[in-house]
Design a protein around this ligand. Structure first.
Ligand code: ZN
Length: 412
């Protein structure tokens, strides 16, 4: 937790200021309480006590000081008053004065930015189209501009920001912060994108892949609220999974956990971009579906086109999506056997096909997972749709600011 302490003490090892707003100057129990509230969002005093392991009296005294400083506010009730009556427990949350978290989602053809306060309230979102094949440096410059614009719209500026989350549609080596390999985003391979954005903004940056961020966003704000162990399956051009185990994002030793798109379905199948044969992505990924349907539907360009065509009743598109669902279900069955999640959330562009994709997925999952694990998992669509990744980029700052790569001394 050394880097968390550093981020919250206002300076890093080299004396670089990370901002001078009041939250970063907090010490002792007040900082522990503020830190717990950043992770929890709106919470009861009892929940703050449970997380900080501080006594009721200490939590109460700490909260009083934070309320007085305007860093915390009391907001309504956690639960409505039951038939037995009684006073419901009130909630406390951090205010925008306590600082902001920014999320940046980079896709192949889009950039999205969201700004939230540390009390988990989203203050604003904006997005722009990105030219296909845009050089990484140019995309990061544009992202930095969009962050400035979004902050201004929220009546804030970079000094209010405690951290920035950056989501990329590629597997990341979490030890070096670089993109491990990618043919979806070839311009970015080998780039330390988090460090690059930190240099542009002068703020600490947490970087992660889109499926991990989607999982975190669904757990915090979407279909996974209140579920401790869940899997998020992102089915877009490629396929990836994010795992939240016991409330925490699981990345594996080097950040490759959840690479389910390269689960081998057929050892003798076609060669995949990853170098193996018969990967799930080759039969259920959006790129594969687009390529297959182009033979009969020359005008097709994107996964969205495939979903739109199916919605209009096109038999070939519907068959392709249903088959993809069945293949996904086989791989998801393996995942369910390994992890035993309570929820499997399916997002990404192809996820928007709804039950056309999900029904065959559920059926194949039931056939390929062991009965008790299959019985325990519910398969649902994403609640956040195309906002999953950008909100996940905000969520990773709220939950895991300790992973941030620090900003260098002078912003470019
Ligand atoms: Zn592969």
């Amino acid at each position: 937790m050394a880097s968390l302490d550093r981020a919250w003490s206002g300076t890093d090892d080299s004396g670089v200021s990370l901002g001078d707003h009041p939250t970063l100057r907090l010490r002792g129990n007040e900082r522990r309480i503020a830190d717990a509230l950043r992770r929890l969002g709106p919470a009861t005093r009892a929940e703050v006590g449970a997380v900080t392991r501080l006594s009721r009296a200490t939590v109460s005294a700490g909260l009083s000081a934070l309320l007085e400083a305007g860093l915390v506010v009391e907001t309504g009730a956690a639960v409505p008053v039951g038939p037995a009556g009684g006073r419901p427990p009130g909630l406390v949350r951090l205010t925008p004065v306590a600082g902001l978290a920014v999320g940046v989602d980079v896709g192949r053809t889009h950039l999205r930015v969201a700004v939230a306060d540390l009390g988990h309230q989203v203050l604003g979102e904006s997005s722009i189209r990105l030219e296909y094949g845009c050089p990484a440096g140019q995309a990061l410059d544009t992202a930095a501009d969009l962050v400035h614009t979004a902050l201004s719209a929220a009546g804030a500026g970079l000094p209010d920001v405690v951290g920035v989350g950056l989501g990329l549609p590629a597997p990341l080596d979490q030890r070096s912060g670089t993109i491990s390999w990618s043919s979806i985003l070839p311009e970015w391979a080998g780039l330390a994108a988090g460090d690059e954005l930190a240099a542009r903004l002068g703020r600490p940056v947490v970087v992660d892949n889109d499926a991990n961020l989607g999982a975190l966003a669904e757990a915090l704000w979407g279909a996974g609220r209140g579920v401790d162990t869940l899997a998020y399956l992102k089915v877009a051009t490629g396929i990836g999974a994010g795992l939240v185990l016991d409330g925490r994002l699981f990345r594996g030793v080097s950040g490759q956990a959840g690479e389910i798109g390269h689960f081998t379905l057929d050892e003798h199948g076609d060669v995949c971009r990853c170098g193996n044969r018969g990967c799930l992505e080759l039969v259920a990924g959006g790129a594969a579906l687009v390529a297959a349907l182009r033979r009969t539907h020359g005008e097709l360009e994107s996964v969205e086109d495939v979903v739109a065509l199916a919605a209009k009743g096109d038999a070939a598109a519907r068959r392709m999506i249903a088959d993809a669902g069945a293949h996904l279900g086989v791989a998801a069955g393996g995942l369910v056997n390994l992890v035993n999640p309570g929820l499997l959330i399916v997002g990404g562009e192809l996820g928007r096909a709804g039950d056309l994709l999900l029904d065959p997925l559920r059926l194949a999952l039931r056939r390929s997972a062991v009965r008790p694990a299959a019985d325990a998992v519910e398969v649902v669509g994403s609640e956040l749709d195309d906002r999953s990744e950008v909100l996940g980029a905000v969520a990773v700052v709220l939950r895991e600011l300790d992973r941030a790569r620090p900003a260098p001394a002078v912003a470019r």
